[in-house]
Design a protein around this ligand. Structure first.
Ligand code: FDP
Length: 325
């Protein structure tokens, strides 16, 4: 099996970008180790703080954020950092070529139950027309991402990544400590009838979305093979969808703060959308391609539907022919 760096070289990825990816992955290996130690590592449980989203921070959220921030700050190719756990852009090296955004620990509610969690990351070229500490650095379309990926801390540690070519899957080999290419080209199945959504939010959804799910759940003819899986960590759901097909939904809803959904555009929706698209799928927000949405703020949220083309199209068609959304 091929190692990561030779794969990236063959893909024609620039050396400084390869080295930056290596820095991010070094941090993920450290996080993977702490996660695998579970309660023995002393990093489970909550802190007394809240992050910018108003969510209670878990110790592992804070640790993963600090590890990534420290290692990226030591990398000369990083101009700016944005993180789910940082209110503002963190300026690093003022003339460096790249900016990096990440969700250090996605799926926080799974931390204490030995469930799947992950790190999502994205890399863009730095802008020379704005300062390193400006949020404008990150106000770039998702189509400008030069690398997008996640590391899933599950039974094995699994890296899904694209540098603009195919989405590729790598497994962390604990015997030598490197990521090995295990799925050279991920291709999204278009045959699945599996959806992933927090159905407990049905009561808060707009009428059009409720109506669509009524059809999915109760129209025995059209959806006789439908099934549902919900992980509580979007990385886990997207990983399953990339491997088996299906669709992930997190619509906007009536709860305060969720008017534009829950998923963050910069460090969740865009990188996951790129992985999905490069595997032959689709990712939309209110019927529009996620990667073409102009960002309006650093921690902007978007409603999300992503996965197999037929299921995304079907949802968008059902919703946008309905005037209640
Ligand atoms: P979390 O906040 O627990 O880190 O956007 C983050 C996310 O997890 C996703 O990973 C996950 O799919 C979703 O939120 C879970 O939200 P609900 O608990 O509202 O279903």
């Amino acid at each position: 099996m091929e190692r990561l760096i030779p794969t990236l070289k063959k893909d024609g990825v620039e050396l400084d970008l390869i080295l930056l990816i290596r820095t991010i992955l070094a941090a993920t290996k450290e996080i993977a180790f702490r996660v695998s130690q579970g309660e023995l590592s002393g990093v489970l449980g909550s802190t007394l703080d809240e992050n910018i989203q108003g969510e209670v921070q878990k110790k592992l959220d804070v640790l993963a954020n600090q590890l990534l921030k420290d290692m990226l700050s030591d990398d000369d190719s990083v101009r700016s950092i944005a993180s789910e756990e940082e209110e503002f852009v963190v300026p690093v090296h003022s003339t460096a070529p790249y900016i990096v955004a990440f969700d250090p620990l996605d799926g926080s509610s799974n931390i204490d139950i030995n469930g799947q969690i992950g790190t999502i990351f994205t890399i863009y070229r730095a802008r020379d027309d704005v300062a390193a500490n400006s949020p404008e650095q990150f106000a770039q379309l998702g189509t400008e991402q030069v690398c997008a990926g996640y590391v899933l801390y599950g039974p094995s540690t699994y890296l899904m990544m694209t540098t603009g070519g195919p989405t590729r899957g790598y497994t962390l080999d604990l015997t030598h400590g490197g990521y090995l290419l295990t799925v050279p080209e991920v291709t999204l199945s278009q045959d699945s009838m599996e959806f992933s959504a927090n159905m407990a939010n049905y009561r808060y959804w707009q009428e059009g979305v409720q109506h669509y799910f009524d059809q999915v759940l109760y129209s025995s003819e059209d959806y006789k093979d439908v099934t549902m899986r919900y992980n509580g960590a979007m990385v886990g759901d997207i990983n399953r969808i990339l491997i088996k097909g299906g669709v992930f939904h997190y619509p906007s809803d009536a709860r305060a703060g969720n008017e534009n959904g829950k998923i963050r555009l910069l460090y969740e929706a865009n990188p996951l959308a790129m992985l999905i698209e490069k595997a032959g799928g689709k990712a939309t927000a209110h019927g529009k391609r996620i990667m073409a949405l102009p960002p309006t703020s650093l921690h902007q949220r978007v409603p999300v539907v992503m996965g197999s083309n037929n299921l995304v199209d079907e949802f968008d068609k059902a919703i946008f022919s309905n005037s209640n959304v």
